[in-house]
Design a protein around this ligand. Structure first.
Ligand SMILES: Nc1nc2c(c(=O)[nH]1)N[C@H]1C(S)=C(S)[C@@H](COP(=O)(O)OP(=O)(O)OC[C@H]3O[C@@H](n4cnc5c(=O)[nH]c(N)nc54)[C@H](O)[C@@H]3O)O[C@H]1N2
Ligand SMILES: Nc1nc2c(c(=O)[nH]1)N[C@H]1C(S)=C(S)[C@@H](COP(=O)(O)OP(=O)(O)OC[C@H]3O[C@@H](n4cnc5c(=O)[nH]c(N)nc54)[C@H](O)[C@@H]3O)O[C@H]1N2
Ligand SMILES: [Mo]
Length: 761
């Protein structure tokens, strides 16, 4: 028995009599994630989908031959278990019906989500390849992770992916960084994961080494625990969404004191003077001074000035967590991070400059080659209709409506069939009551899932998918230490099938079976894809062993590159020979391109936007969970053990609790104009007053599914978050811009239903 790989680590499955008993952490992993221990029980739990199922009303409509007009009561009806052949015939017939009546553009196959690790059985990759073979689909661009960042950065410094791959390695920081300023902290919880694999966890050790070597840390976050790897870190409890004001004040101090590096700005940037006018107040009559920022951030002017001074006189790394840009005007804190680093003139020097997401994922700063292993070819998509992923519900509610995005004028496609595999929109999307309503619009919804998530419960046709423990695959992630031969540990649970096998069977029915499978078995695919990555490996100086040797050894350690990685080192050494991929070839402090779009919500240089006035007194942070990956394995032991009376725990300041008569460990109702959910209260002075923090990922569990706007009894914060684009530039997710009120829950506690299957017939 070999290894298995997950987004949160590599484990050795322990199997006895065909049953998975345990997942042992990989022996080399310096800080293994406890999430793995949840899997053995969870993959055969009641929440596992064991057979294909069809929504009752949909099945009846199919029998009458009018699925297009089935009454839309998704999430409210029983599902009928059917044999595989019947389910596959139904899916194939729906795909053909919708294509014939409305064209491929009416099929939404964006299917955002993390699915599981493994390069071949990656659900989205398989879905996209399948739908391309079928003639294409309306798709999604960007991510929920980095909606604003991904669109902004190419205009001002370079693509997010390239930057992430080149982040200065922890080893280099260890030697050179004197001051590490972390907006949003560097939470150990988040560095458990990396997309595709996190085979050796590095953040805890790296932070210890930096701290021991004398690097000082400043945690700028509403939550003290966001820099839990460095107990002595200084904490500046900034008001949520106000970091840009703080950053502007730091810049203003440097400008007025002459602490900025004018030579760097002249040589490597464009547009500083226009931005400087804004800082000085020549544009709007308001100088962005520390006193100005104090009102907005809650951080004293003395602290801001002191921080400005230390930053200007140290080798300083300025890091910003993704969370800050997952908000209204999320471009601004990312843009300001780059501008601050440019003003200090340390970009391209070891230990200085900026970081965008140290601590958000394990592999950032590993210093390893960005080689990411085998890739499943997806074919090409002739359909041109797309949306920025987080505009999903706008698309479903407003077919044909115009919207703006990154300088383009686009229209939402008219979607009749939604196909989802490997994501959970009832986890990831905002304003879930609006999502539930929009989800009734399409004629057909098909979902592949291993588990009875809300997305599966709200589908018309649900097909049970295997987990990686039930199939062979290759684990490989960008900048990760190991490539892993993922060898099936157990037989598929129930009647679950691999996504690949499902699509192969559908393709066969739809007349392109051979085109989809290329005649290969799964082992043949693995070898073929592995061999196909050999050339890309060589480009990074990596020589792959033969496939048979790799498969037998179970692992391949990717060698460390000879040269340490320092972000933008070459650009610094010679900006003419190594220009940035921006219009000017330099860092754009003012972007003519963005200014030319004429968006009032994202002008040509970073600015501060006053938050909209809100009637709700408390700011709700809905960040990433420590005990799971998003909604994955919320039904596992680690996540369930963290709950309070079965509800997702929420941090609250004792002063806010006392004002509302709320006790530690009690259950409360959290609400605003969009919706309400129950949560378990954990009182803490490690959170700024006026701020609440709850992780995302508690499975949506409406008290009464038939009641529009029903209370969620389990603790899903997306009942209250806004479904508003970050700006017209990026149209990203703005989950962090939420205000709410909280009240004690005095009624009897409703039972949690989310982890039991829906009514099945
Ligand atoms: N309020 C708020 N909302 C947020 C965020 C936030 O910070 N706050 N964060 C956002 C971010 S950054 C992200 S990335 C998203 C994450 O959103 P998602 O990626 O959609 O969340 P997951 O829970 O990982 O969903 C993956 C689903 O795929 C299923 N799955 C796993 N393996 C397989 C497989 O092999 N086949 C099939 N068919 N299915 C499989 C899992 O069971 C799970 O239901 O959430 C976003 N939503
Ligand atoms: N264990 C685990 N790790 C994960 C994930 C997971 O689901 N589970 N998800 C992964 C994914 S998909 C992604 S995209 C990354 C996301 O990485 P991030 O988006 O950075 O993660 P978050 O936990 O949402 O936010 C980091 C911290 O920022 C703080 N914060 C929130 N708003 C503000 C603000 O306005 N100002 C300041 N200064 N701080 C703020 C929060 O307290 C939070 O703990 O994490 C990844 N890591
Ligand atoms: Mo993400």
């Amino acid at each position: 028995m070999g290894f298995t790989s997950t987004h949160w680590g590599v484990y050795r499955p322990v199997v006895e009599s065909g049953r998975l008993q345990a997942l042992e952490a990989a022996p080399w992993d310096r800080d293994p994630s406890p999430i793995g221990a949840s899997l053995p029980e969870a993959i055969t739990a009641a929440a596992r989908i064991r057979r294909p199922a069809v929504r009752e009303g949909f099945l009846r409509a199919a029998e009458r031959g009018n699925t297009a007009a089935s009454p839309r009561r998704r999430g409210q009806e029983a599902l009928v278990e059917v044999p595989w052949d019947e389910a596959l015939d139904l899916v194939a017939a729906e795909l053909q019906r919708v294509r014939a009546a409305h064209g491929n553009e009416a099929i939404f196959g964006g299917s955002y989500g993390w699915a599981s690790a493994g390069r071949f059985h990656h659900a989205q990759g398989q879905l996209h390849r399948f739908l391309n073979g079928f003639g294409g689909y309306a798709y999604g661009v960007d991510t929920y992770s980095l909606g604003a960042g991904r669109v902004l950065l190419p205009h001002i410094v370079g693509s997010m992916d390239t930057l992430l791959q080149q982040h200065t390695s922890w080893d280099v920081l260890e030697q050179h960084c004197e001051l590490f300023v972390a907006f949003g902290g560097l939470p150990l919880k988040n560095a458990q994961v990396s997309p595709g694999g996190a085979s050796d966890h590095q953040l805890r050790g790296a932070l210890q080494r930096l701290a021991q070597g004398g690097t000082r840390f400043v945690n700028i976050s509403p939550v003290r625990g966001d820099l839990d790897g460095v107990p002595e870190a200084e904490w500046l409890p900034v008001r949520p969404g106000s970091d840009t004001a703080l950053m502007l004040a730091l810049a203003q101090v440097w400008l007025s004191e002459g602490w900025h590096d004018q030579a760097f700005l002249d040589r490597y940037t464009v547009g500083f003077e226009r931005f400087a006018d804004y800082l000085r107040g020549r544009v709007d009559g308001v100088a962005k001074t520390p006193a100005w920022a104090t009102e907005r951030t809650g951080i004293s002017a003395t602290s801001i000035t002191a921080l400005a001074q230390r930053m200007a006189h140290s080798r300083t790394l300025i890091n910003t967590a993704y969370a800050l840009q997952r908000a209204r005007h999320g471009e601004q804190p990312f843009w300001m991070t780059v501008v601050l680093a440019a003003m200090l003139g340390q970009i391209g020097l070891p230990g200085g400059g900026f970081g965008l997401g140290y601590g958000c994922m394990n592999n950032t700063g590993s210093g390893r080659a960005p080689f990411s292993g085998p890739r499943l070819p997806q074919g090409s998509n002739p359909v041109t209709a797309y949306i920025p992923v987080a505009r999903l519900v706008d698309m479903l509610l407003q077919p044909g409506a115009a919207f703006e995005y990154n300088g383009r004028h686009l229209r939402y496609p008219d979607i009749r069939l939604v196909y989802w595999a490997g994501g959970n929109p009832f986890h990831h999307h905002q304003d879930l009551n609006r999502t539930v309503a929009a989800w009734q619009r399409p004629e057909t919804i098909v979902v592949h899932e291993p588990f009875w998530t809300a997305s599966a419960r709200h589908a018309d046709i649900v097909l049970p998918a295997t987990t990686p423990l039930e199939r062979d695959d290759i684990g490989s992630a960008a900048s990760d230490r190991f490539m892993v031969a993922m060898q099936a540990a157990i037989a598929p649970v129930g009647e679950a099938r691999d996504d690949y096998a499902i699509f192969a069977a559908l393709a066969e029915r739809l007349g392109f079976g051979a085109h989809f499978t290329e005649g290969r078995s799964v082992p043949q695919w693995l070898e073929h894809l592995y061999e196909g990555s050999r050339e890309r490996a060589a480009a990074h100086g990596i020589t792959l062993p033969g496939f048979a040797a790799f498969w037998q050894q179970g692992l391949f350690e990717v060698p460390q590159p000879a040269q340490p990685t320092v972000l933008l080192q070459e650009f610094r050494a010679d900006p003419l020979a190594h220009p940035l991929p921006t219009p000017s070839g330099r860092i754009e402090i003012h972007s003519d391109t963005i200014a030319g779009f004429d968006y009032s919500d994202c002008p040509g240089h970073p600015v501060w936007f006053e938050p909209e006035a809100s009637a709700w007194p408390l700011h709700l942070l809905s960040n990433q969970p420590a005990t799971r990956l998003h909604s994955q394995y919320d039904h596992g032991a680690l996540s369930r053990d963290s709950k309070i009376a079965g509800r997702e725990p929420m941090q609250m300041h004792p002063a806010d609790a006392a004002a509302r008569g709320i006790a530690d460990g009690s259950v409360v109702r959290v609400y605003n104009q969009r919706g309400a959910f129950l949560a378990g209260v954990r009182l803490s002075t490690g959170i700024a007053p006026g701020v609440l923090q709850i992780a995302t990922g508690a499975w949506y569990d409406p008290l009464d599914p038939a009641q529009p706007g029903s209370l969620d009894k389990h603790g899903n914060p997306n009942l209250t978050t806004p479904d508003t684009g970050s700006s017209r530039l990026s149209q990203g997710c703005s989950a962090q811009s939420t205000t709410v009120e909280v009240a004690p829950w005095t009624e009897p506690l409703p039972d949690i239903s989310a982890f039991a299957p829906p009514p099945l017939r």
